[in-house]
Design a protein around this ligand. Structure first.
Ligand SMILES: C[S@@+](CC[C@H](N)C(=O)[O-])C[C@H]1O[C@@H](n2cnc3c(N)ncnc32)[C@H](O)[C@@H]1O
Length: 204
């Protein structure tokens, strides 16, 4: 399984944003939506072995986590507006509010669930995954032998980067810091490069 976690420091956890101006009204949820496309959609369908978590730390209902399971999700379209419409509907749900903290995810669309909480919810949801923090100052991902293992979790920041709080919450999982190249690039491009590296290793 490949898991991607994108942390939106200001990305809204509520449905209170305008579809005609997602970048300007959602705390840059558009960045996260593009990451969903890059992680889950190949040119002819969904990558069933992939899970995406969006950690939403902005707006009145924060913190919340949206989880998209590639094995179950349906009707995922590649264009940004359709994805924003889908996430607006998911974020309007209140089904996560009454959940037991031991099982926080409430499924609101096939394969798409929402939970109250932040990065700790993600950590608890993937106990056995090898954790990698995507960091421009990390070691070159091509030198990273652990990428050949089967249960991988990649943590990526938004346009503001990753905070010490988020990185600290991962400490018990002994994360590896890796870089995809020498230039700081957009989060969705980071996802695409990582997906490609894992694809290449799998067919070796
Ligand atoms: C647009 S970058 C963040 C830039 C932000 N201004 C900062 O200083 O952190 C978004 C995220 O992509 C990841 N990233 C960007 N370039 C990378 C690279 N070359 N290697 C690894 N991760 C990278 C990091 O996780 C970063 O938090």
């Amino acid at each position: 399984v490949r898991r991607f976690v994108i942390v939106g420091q200001k990305a809204t956890a509520s449905s209170d944003f305008l579809l005609d101006d997602v970048p300007g009204t959602s705390g840059r949820l558009d960045v996260l939506v593009r990451c969903v496309r890059a992680a889950l959609l190949a040119s002819h369908g969904v990558r069933r072995d992939t899970v995406v978590y969006l950690v939403l730390l902005g707006g009145p209902r924060a913190p919340r986590v949206v989880r998209v399971l590639g094995k179950d999700v349906q009707f995922l379209r590649p264009d940004e507006r359709s994805l924003a419409v889908l996430f607006k509907k998911v974020l309007a749900s209140h089904e996560d509010e009454a959940r037991d903290p031991a099982a926080p995810f409430a499924e609101v669309r096939p394969g798409i669930s929402v939970a109250r909480g932040g990065i700790e919810v993600v950590v608890n949801d993937c106990n056995d995954a090898r954790v990698f923090v995507l960091d421009e100052g990390g070691t070159d991902m091509r030198d990273e032998a652990d990428l050949d293992t089967d249960d991988l979790l990649f943590v990526i920041g938004d346009h503001l980067g990753l905070t010490d709080d988020v990185v600290g919450a991962l400490a018990a999982r002994a994360p590896r810091r890796i870089r995809v190249g020498p230039t700081s690039i957009h989060a969705d491009d980071v996802v695409a490069v990582v997906v490609n590296e894992v694809d290449r290793r799998r067919c070796r």
